[in-house]
Design a protein around this ligand. Structure first.
Ligand code: UGA
Length: 439
């Protein structure tokens, strides 16, 4: 009942499909059943409440109930190990527990791997653990599919209700057709395109999808870093123009401080590790990651352009979460930037509408946290915009002028109109020096 599991369960239940969320953490089941959703996601809590009320969604820590259902989705986490490969311990434990729970079941049961796993995991580890613990054979009493998910934090429910595709990887017709039947029930006449393939290909689709999106971000950040050197050039114009080419498309072309979140970096590391173990070095992906890592230092270089040495300077970091509308700071660019700032001797004061508690847990007392944007700006020598929160976007040039000691602004998310900040010391990722000409 982590992010993917809970959103998937709530979405199924909202379409009248009786769903039980299972988690080894008893508290989590209780929270889902009675209290609030244990994570912040628009629409999730209302959806969860309605489904629980209609008795369509239940939650428990007792895995034996899986035997009373037709289908089980494995949605446990696959965190990174130090060498980048994925840690399959949660997958192994959950699969083993599930197999034990299914050992006495009579009749068919479908198991679906939704967790992000490298090619071969469904047909290898999952199949082996499931067959051993259930003492049943995949293909006859048990079905097994790979069915990756493409939900984004912040729009997960909407994404679950309106996906652009469903990918089903299976070895046998029955498991693929059972899962398609379930999705047909879920989506009715709005069933999106279903790609039927092998489990290995389905597993690779997920990595390819995230790798492509992350590469698009590093690509536009590279163009941004070039654009910054050219008078009168703004990367926004370049992105707008190339995005009109349908072969390129407009999405994921927002230049910024680099991608963050629990998936892109983790999945890249897993894919690179997997590929290298197959004796192929995916140069492009290593470059994408390296570009992303370096983008944080580009943000700090802009601050140094405005301030010179950062030693003992008070720097306000506005926004900490890896994107707006979430309290998630996992792999957030803000943390990389703060680490650079601290190394250069800056005194950091940070503000975020939601992510302060998580940041405090991670950075402990390394930074000061402010209660609002204005108090973060008070007395600051420089402000760095790290997340595109609406309330940060709403700040005006006069707010910076009124509260800061010196109005130096580095807009790493490109959320302000440079013309409105022309009276201040304003630099932005991907914005070349002004020529004074208005277009
Ligand atoms: C990503 C994918 O978009 C989902 O399809 C996938 O299911 C998910 O990972 C996952 O594997 O679980 P998510 O991590 O929620 O979703 O975040 P995104 O909205 O993709 O943003 C990732 C990062 O890229 C953010 O830091 C964002 O600010 C950055 N980004 C995105 C840019 O810097 N520029 C852009 O144009 C777009």
């Amino acid at each position: 009942m982590g992010y993917v599991g809970l959103c998937t369960a709530a979405a199924f239940a909202s379409r009248g499909i009786r769903t039980i969320g299972i988690d080894i953490d008893e508290g989590r089941g209780e929270q889902i059943h009675r209290g609030k959703a244990p994570l912040h996601e628009p629409q999730l809590n209302t959806m969860r409440k309605n489904a629980v009320k209609k008795k369509l969604l239940d939650a428990t820590s007792e895995i034996s109930v899986a035997a009373n259902t037709n289908t089980t989705f494995l949605t446990v986490g696959t965190p990174s190990q130090p060498d980048g490969s994925i840690d399959l311990s949660h997958i192994k434990n959950a699969t083993e527990d599930l197999g034990n729970a299914l050992s006495d079941k009579s009749g068919y049961h479908l198991v679906v791997v939704k967790s992000t796993v490298v090619p071969g995991t469904t047909n290898g580890t999952v199949k082996r653990f499931l067959e051993q613990s259930s003492r049943k054979t995949i293909g006859s009493e048990l079905g097994l599919c790979s069915n990756p998910e493409f939900l984004k934090e912040g729009t997960a429910i909407d994404d679950a209700l309106h996906p652009d595709k469903i990918v089903i990887g299976s070895n046998d017709k029955r498991s693929a057709s059972e899962l398609t039947k379930l999705y047909r029930r879920f989506y009715g006449s709005k069933l999106p395109p279903v790609i039927m393939t092998s489990p290995e290909a389905a597993e690779l689709v997920k990595y390819a999808s995230n790798a492509f999106l992350a590469t698009k971000v590093s690509f536009i950040n590279t163009i941004a870093n070039i654009a910054e050197q050219i008078p009168g050039v703004d990367v926004g114009t370049i992105a707008e123009a190339i995005g009109l080419d349908p072969r390129i498309g407009p999405q994921f072309l927002k230049a910024g401080p680099g991608y963050g979140g629990s998936c892109f970096h983790k999945d890249f590391q897993a894919l690179i590790n997997y590929s290298q173990n197959k004796n192929y070095d995916p140069l492009l992906f290593r470059a994408t990651e390296e570009t992303n890592e370096q983008q944080a230092s580009r943000v700090v270089v802009l601050a140094e352009k405005l301030l010179g040495s950062l030693s003992s300077k008070r720097v306000a970091v506005l926004g900490l979460s890896f994107k707006k509308d979430t309290d998630d700071i996992r792999e957030a660019a803000s943390i990389r930037v703060i680490n650079h700032l601290k190394k250069k001797g800056a005194q950091v004061v940070a503000y975020d509408p939601m992510a302060i508690p998580n940041t405090k847990k991670k950075l402990l007392d390394q930074i000061d946290c402010a209660e609002n944007a204005h108090s973060a700006l008070k007395g600051a020598d420089c402000a760095i915009i790290m997340t595109e929160w609406n309330q940060i976007r709403k700040l005006k040039a006069k707010d910076f002028q009124a509260y800061m000691k010196n109005p130096n602004i580095v807009d790493a998310r490109r959320i302000y109109n440079p013309e409105e900040f022309s009276g201040l010391n304003y630099l932005s990722i991907g914005l070349g020096p002004s020529t004074g000409t208005k277009y």
